[in-house]
Design a protein around this ligand. Structure first.
Ligand code: F0G
Length: 458
């Protein structure tokens, strides 16, 4: 018999209690947190969909590896295990451990960047952009045009615009630090990148003699989409698909807090020895010696094991299907979404959900507050709070889209948790016309979404 239900392919061995609050309590909690989800305490959150980063549940096998961690400063057994795993996966000989993704980004983009340099990506993640800009260089996003229309269906909305890439590489000849392909494209809605697109990008980079880096923190999830959506790829395993994509790149940067199921960690890997050596110097100065780079031996064990586990076909099928399941439930309720549903998150189009709230009154932030009030669900605004800037007259220059991200931690929530989230949206839809916009009461100069204070408008 064929079952309709795709079950979680694991049993629960250890549990973490969830504190259950009432709506009346949550109204007060929201006020105390100034309507900013980053200022809520996790103990007050029922379902935490703020991020899929560092929030995965580790397997019994990973926890056993934690006990086996070799904490030697130099030449740790755990490091050799992680190095071996990353070499096998990426096909790159030189591997540098880092404490998380942005540390790897600071090292490589700090080295390749600097004033006058240009970096080009399908979409730079915000820490990637920040590290590039901090070096004095410029970051340019060139997603395909289809990737910018939330309602449009396209199998690989995360792709890079190869025509534009070729043009930019000609225009900025001699000034390009690197081209960065982010798989899946997180800031572009968690959308996948096709193998054909990666091949096209790699060929253009090779022709222009420019370094191609793969931001591979969700490459296993990307491989699922390639196998199921791209012709000629169905016969390969998920790991083989990832290996084929790595083979196109000169280097990789990974936050192991995503597809390696680790709570902390990352790495850099390179084919080129000179580049690896230059980065090694920076690694030792700021992260740690080459055989731990800011990580404990136990973390490196967890990463090595996680990088193997993530390619399990039953896991990946469950992972992508369960994210889609949430999207489908919301779609049925008429919630406007970024379509098709991506790998690690469901993105809601708050501008369409609350057409009566203008961008300058932050419709995404209003939805984030409503989700917490009605369901104790924590989410994140990815719109004008995060990316908006001010014009000279003080008016808001809004972000292109007003999205709210529901990112799903790996192996943490069951189907009934997800059904609870969908049920909360019944309330969101019923009360959508009464929802008021928000204003910023207090904000810092940079990265304001983390610490800003908000209030509801009367
Ligand atoms: N690249 C991508 C595509 C990411 O999504 C992230 C982190 C990083 C790099 C940086 O890695 O956090 O280990 O320093 N994304 C998290 C998120 C924070 O919530 O999407 P990190």
């Amino acid at each position: 018999m064929r079952h309709r239900t795709i079950i979680e392919p694991f049993r629960i061995k250890s549990v973490e209690p969830i504190g259950l609050s009432t709506e009346v309590e949550r109204v007060e909690l929201l006020k105390d947190a100034h309507y900013n989800p980053f200022l809520l305490r996790s103990k007050d959150v029922i379902i935490d969909l703020m991020t899929d980063s560092g929030t995965s549940a580790m397997s019994a096998h990973q926890w056993a590896g934690i006990m086996e961690g070799d904490e030697a400063y130099a030449g740790s057994r755990s490091w050799l295990r992680m190095e071996n795993e990353v070499q096998d996966l990426t096909g790159m000989q030189h591997v540098l451990p880092t404490h998380q993704g942005r540390a790897a980004e600071r090292i490589i983009y700090g080295h390749l960047g600097g004033p006058g340099k240009i970096f080009i990506s399908n979409t730079h993640f915000d820490t990637t952009r920040a590290n590039i800009e901090f070096s004095g260089a410029t970051a340019i996003d060139i997603p395909i045009p289809e990737g910018q229309d939330t309602a449009l269906q396209h199998p690989f909305k995360g792709n890079m615009d190869v025509g534009e890439l070729d043009r930019l590489l000609k225009e900025h000849k001699g000034h390009v630090g690197a081209v960065i392909l982010t798989v899946t494209n997180n800031s572009g809605g968690g959308q996948p990148v096709s193998m054909a697109n990666a091949e096209g990008v790699a060929a253009i980079c090779k022709r222009h003699g420019v370094i191609l880096m793969l931001d591979c923190c969700r490459i296993a999830e990307n491989s699922w989409f390639v196998k199921h959506r791209e012709e000629g790829m169905e016969g390969l395993t998920y790991r083989e698909i990832a290996q084929r994509m790595f083979a196109l790149a000169d280097g990789a940067v990974m936050s192991a807090k995503k597809d390696a199921f680790a709570n902390i960690g990352g790495f850099l890997s390179f084919r080129n020895e000179a580049l690896a050596e230059a980065c090694t110097n920076l690694l030792i100065i700021t992260e740690g010696f080459t055989t731990y780079g800011g990580l404990a031996g136990r973390d490196m064990e967890a990463i090595a094991i996680g990088l193997e586990e993530v390619f399990d076909p039953h896991y990946l099928n469950y992972r992508i299907r369960s994210t889609t399941f949430l999207g489908e439930q919301l779609h049925k309720l008429g919630v406007p979404l970024m379509l098709p549903i991506g790998g690690h998150a469901v993105y809601i189009d708050a501008k369409k959900l609350y057409p009566h709230i203008p961008p300058a009154q932050y419709p995404g932030q209003a939805l984030v507050s409503e989700l917490f009030r009605l369901g104790g669900i924590r989410s994140v605004e990815i719109g004008s709070v995060m990316f908006g800037t001010y014009a000279e007259d003080g008016s808001l220059k809004p972000s292109r889209m007003e999205l709210v991200r529901l990112a799903i931690p790996r192996r943490v929530y069951t189907q009934s948790h997800i059904e609870y989230v969908a049920e909360t949206f019944e309330g969101i839809m019923a009360e959508r016309e009464q929802v008021k916009g928000m204003r910023i009461v207090k904000e810092p100069k940079f990265l304001r979404h983390f610490t800003a204070h908000f209030d509801t408008l009367p």
